[in-house]
Ligand binder design. Structure first.
Ligand SMILES: Cc1cc2nc3c(=O)[nH]c(=O)nc-3n(C[C@H](O)[C@H](O)[C@H](O)COP(=O)(O)O)c2cc1C
Length: 215
């Protein structure tokens, strides 16, 4: 049985990245009729920021040289650490049980929303390979950052996630589905870019539906 873990991080309930991730999930479920779809809304139900107790667990992982995330519970020593573990455990269990991890995320301030970063911080421990899982990221951004565009170097959203998943999780083939120039929907000064946005959005939706059949 294949499992899709589907996360959304947009502060908007009606959002482009949510539409893209939903399109992927719907096409994936049509293709994988026995598949399990687990959904977590990181904006509506944010996970807390890590705190000092969390860092105690992280330090214990480093000190013990632990490499198996499924055995982190064995490092819990205090009631406060047990409370921290109750936050981490379900997040980690969802990721470990998933074959495909689908993340819908906007670009905020050239990067990812704090809600998504908080999730990553909670579940990421040293030497944690997720190499057998596949990551798909459905993104939306107000401007344009594709290669060759003047602001390409400011894209700390895709670059960060790609590098982090490769560098820390040993996931080499993260796929990005991106709708650009979304601000053309709201900003009259960008009205002349509306057609470009519409084309980017339509392409991204098609890509989401097509790619899902391969996962
Ligand atoms: C807090 C905030 C910060 C944003 N920062 C950027 C940015 O740095 N670059 C950009 O191109 N668009 C930025 N945008 C525009 C969003 O990326 C755009 O609205 C996108 O559609 C959001 O995705 P969503 O529709 O899934 O919510 C920002 C929007 C918000 C609300």
């Amino acid at each position: 049985m294949t499992t899709l873990l589907h996360l959304d991080a947009s502060a908007r309930s009606r959002s482009i990245s949510r539409e893209l991730s939903a399109a992927f999930a719907a096409a994936w479920l049509a293709e994988n009729r026995d598949g399990i779809h687990v959904f977590r809304d990181l904006a509506a139900h944010p996970v807390p920021f890590i705190d000092e107790v969390w860092t105690e667990l992280c330090d214990a992982v480093l000190a013990q040289g632990s490499t198996d995330p499924a055995r982190l519970a064995e490092l819990v020593r205090t009631p406060a650490q047990a409370a921290a573990w109750r936050i981490i455990e379900p997040l980690l269990a969802e990721v470990l049980a998933a074959d495909v991890i689908l993340i819908g995320t906007p670009m905020y301030n050239y990067s990812i929303p704090a809600a998504l970063k908080a999730w990553l911080d909670q579940l990421t421990f040293p030497r944690m390979s997720l190499g057998h899982r596949r990551f798909v990221v459905a993104t939306a951004r107000g401007g344009a950052y594709s290669p060759g565009s003047p602001k390409a170097a400011f894209d700390y959203q895709e670059r960060y996630l790609r590098d982090f998943f490769a560098g820390h999780f040993a996931v080499q083939d993260t796929v990005f589905i991106t709708a650009e120039l979304a601000n053309a929907r709201q900003d009259p000064a960008l009205a002349h870019l509306r057609d470009q946005h519409d084309a980017s959005y339509t392409r991204a939706l098609e890509t989401a539906r097509r790619l899902a059949k391969e996962y």
